[in-house]
Design a protein around this ligand. Structure first.
Ligand code: COA
Length: 172
């Protein structure tokens, strides 16, 4: 009997971008089940709530039956993997600058859970420059998000920043 291979792709996805979707699609071809985990990075302040990020990810992955979007808090990724038996972490790598931080996280996760293996997937060349903060920056100035985020969720991201902008005017 072949072993079912489950993997987890963790991130803050604030918001998800075309770069994230590319990693999700390519990982889903390799694994039997891919959990995309919306997590909190405690050193960042998030713009979209966890529920909003889960919803955005669900909507862009409806055609990928092997993908499940999840979220959890107050538990380390390494411990969640122990509890669920998931052994592979997928991380996207864009540039060399990502490497040091990702390497540190990979080693820490394996220290905390010796069964947790991290696999780095290089990003597509078109998404090399992309990040969630770049998307937020463009959206905050009402810029064009074409090619940066999936079409399905573009309007939601624009609307989120428009609402924020309206809020700002009200307080002045
Ligand atoms: N395409 C586009 N952008 C990408 C990308 C890709 N393929 N891969 C990463 N990015 C961007 C992300 O959007 C993010 O951008 P931002 O900084 O502008 O928001 C940036 O690269 C960093 O992404 P990532 O390395 O995935 O970090 P993260 O902050 O999104 O997530 C967690 C980090 C949540 C996975 C990590 O803190 C975690 O596992 N937390 C859970 C608690 C825990 O176990 N902590 C101990 C970890 S050792």
């Amino acid at each position: 009997m072949r072993l079912m291979r489950h993997a987890i792709y963790p991130g803050s996805f604030d918001p998800p971008t075309n770069g994230h979707l590319d990693i999700i699609r390519r990982s889903a071809r390799i694994f039997d089940k891919l959990y995309v985990a919306v997590l909190e990075n405690r050193s960042k302040k998030h713009n979209f709530s966890a529920e909003e990020r889960v919803d955005l990810l669900r909507r862009i992955t409806t055609d990928l039956p092997k993908v499940e979007i999840i979220t959890f808090s107050d538990v380390l990724l390494a411990d969640y993997m122990k509890q669920t038996g998931i052994e592979v972490i997928i991380k996207g790598l864009r540039a060399v600058s990502d490497f040091e931080y990702e390497f540190q996280m990979a080693l820490t996760n394996r220290k905390l859970n010796p069964d947790a293996e991290t696999i780095f997937m290089p990003t597509n060349i078109e998404n090399l420059y992309l990040s969630s903060s770049i998307v937020r920056e463009v959206a905050a100035y009402g810029g064009n998000l074409d090619g940066l985020v999936p079409e399905h969720i573009k309007q939601d991201i624009i609307a989120k920043f428009r609402r924020k902008d309206d809020g700002n005017h009200e307080t002045h």
